[in-house]
Design a protein around this ligand. Structure first.
Ligand code: SF4
Ligand code: SF4
Length: 207
């Protein structure tokens, strides 16, 4: 068996047979030496790595990355997406205004909202707000879409194991129990937001 390390070249031709250029090709041969062909040194080296980790973990657990869950728990990163929670207004009511943006954006179609009137002609609120956590793909798009910081996934809580399909559905009450008061300003810049808008020049169509 011989190795061919010398670069050679082939000619690239167009469909008409006219030579248009040369492409370099480096031919790499199979391993020649006995050491490479029997693979034994590499096998021994691999076994050495395995033995090193085995004995290190046996006596010191130096390379062990697993934890004894649930007795031992690791801290979730701040951006971990846990069970959903619904945030509260200054007056303790649900912040959600049932705008339906989150069920619209949800790729798993697992959010169900039934709105109701609040008595304030400018706002609605959810009478029913449910999320099927078995269908949720934990993408976080509902949180991104919400215009008023009403829904979050920073609860740090796992979706629980359930025995029955229906138990996987988080209700409005479940999610409100995890909710806290939002730091967002209620109503954005305030009720007089129109007066704070920059004046917009009216469109003047060409005559
Ligand atoms: S995290 Fe994604 S899949 Fe889950 S409810 Fe929100 S939008 Fe739907
Ligand atoms: S949680 Fe936010 S996005 Fe979803 S309906 Fe309520 S206000 Fe709209």
């Amino acid at each position: 068996m011989s190795a061919h390390h010398a670069p050679s070249s082939v000619e690239a031709s167009s469909a008409t047979g006219k030579v248009r250029g040369k492409v370099g090709v480096r031919v790499v041969g199979r391993p020649d030496s006995l050491e490479q062909r029997v693979y034994l040194p590499e096998v021994i080296r691999g076994l050495g790595v395995t033995a090193k980790h085995f004995f290190a973990n046996l006596f010191s657990r130096k390379y062990t990355v697993t934890v004894q869950y649930p007795e031992e728990k690791v801290k979730y990163p701040d951006r971990n997406r846990g069970l959903h929670r619904l945030m509260l207004r200054d007056d303790g009511q649900v912040r959600c205004v049932a705008c339906m943006l989150c069920p619209t954006v949800c790729p798993a179609h697992c959010i169900t909202i039934v709105p109701e009137e609040t008595g304030n002609q400018n706002e609605k609120r959810p009478r029913i707000f449910e999320i099927d956590e078995l269908r949720c793909v934990v993408c976080g798009l509902c949180v991104e879409a919400c215009p008023c910081d009403a829904i979050r996934m920073d609860s740090g809580v796992h979706a629980p194991a359930v025995d029955f399909r229906g138990d996987a559905i988080q209700t409005k009450i479940d999610m409100l129990k995890r909710g806290t008061q939002s730091v967002a300003t209620q109503g954005g810049v305030g009720s007089d937001w129109r007066s704070k808008q920059p004046s917009v020049k009216q469109y003047d169509p060409p005559k």
